[in-house]
Design a binder for this molecule. Structure first.
Ligand SMILES: [Mn+2]
Length: 246
């Protein structure tokens, strides 16, 4: 599927009143999913859970990988810095720096640091998470980008936000990341806002690492999704349950 097709498909599913989950694949996919989401919800909050802020421009990216730039293509304020690329004419910048929050970042390029500081983009590094705890981080995130919860939320979850111990099969692993349980708790709490209509789960690459690595990574990704969709570690008791007597 091309990015335009993904954008159109996301729009189509949302217009039917459904929540869209897209699995990747590389994070450049989010250019399309957020674009499609924003066509339906013109005021959208973005929670970007990732080791990397992915907000390089084509002129600042050292790697030249589009998967490190999706947010620069989408963000209105950055358009003076983003050259018009052939094949991307369909892409209309649709989000604002004030609508983005980064959680779990720990590998930030120079230009990204500059952009985050210049536009004061809400950012919680691993150190902030250690210090504040995840519950407080999410509270502050919502306070910053969606204080009255009047906007729908797009949750973009890069599996490399997790520590490589939990998600080794990914293209750009960065040490000292979220534990799997921290990641699950974060998405459980985000789900409880009842505002999420778009989810990306990306950078899962089963071609990388040993068979064990692949299994670990895919299981972690599944747990993150299950956690979002309501699987809790607390046992649900049927209403007619009675404790057996001898
Ligand atoms: Mn990443």
């Amino acid at each position: 599927m091309t990015l335009v097709q993904i954008s159109d498909k996301v729009e189509e599913i949302l217009r039917c009143g459904q929540t869209v989950v897209t699995l990747g694949g590389d994070h450049s996919m989010s250019v399309a999913t957020i674009h499609g989401h924003a066509k339906v919800e013109n005021d959208l909050a973005i929670i970007w859970i990732d080791a990397h802020p992915d907000i390089n421009t084509p002129l600042t990216s050292a790697s030249g990988n589009i998967h490190g730039m999706p947010l620069s293509f989408l963000t209105k304020e950055l358009q003076p810095y983003v050259p018009k690329l052939p094949g991307f004419e369909w892409l209309k910048p649709c989000i604002s720096v004030k609508d983005i929050a980064f959680i779990g970042v720990r590998d930030i390029d120079k230009a990204e640091r500059y952009i985050i500081d210049k536009y004061n983009i809400t950012t919680f590094t691993m150190r902030d998470i250690d210090k504040l705890g995840m519950e407080c981080v999410l509270e502050r995130t919502i306070e910053a980008i969606n204080p009255t919860l009047n906007k729908k939320i797009h949750m973009s979850f890069d599996i490399d936000s997790l520590d490589p111990a939990f998600a080794p099969s990914t293209g750009t692993p960065v040490p000292y990341g979220l534990s799997l349980r921290e990641g699950m708790f974060l998405v459980e709490e985000i789900a409880l806002t009842n505002k999420v209509t778009g989810i990306d789960l990306v950078e899962i690459n089963p071609d990388l690492g040993s068979q064990r690595d692949q299994f670990t990574t895919i299981s972690a990704a599944a747990e993150v999704l299950y956690a979002f969709f309501g699987k809790r570690t607390k046992t649900q008791l049927p209403s007619d349950y009675v404790l057996p007597k001898p």
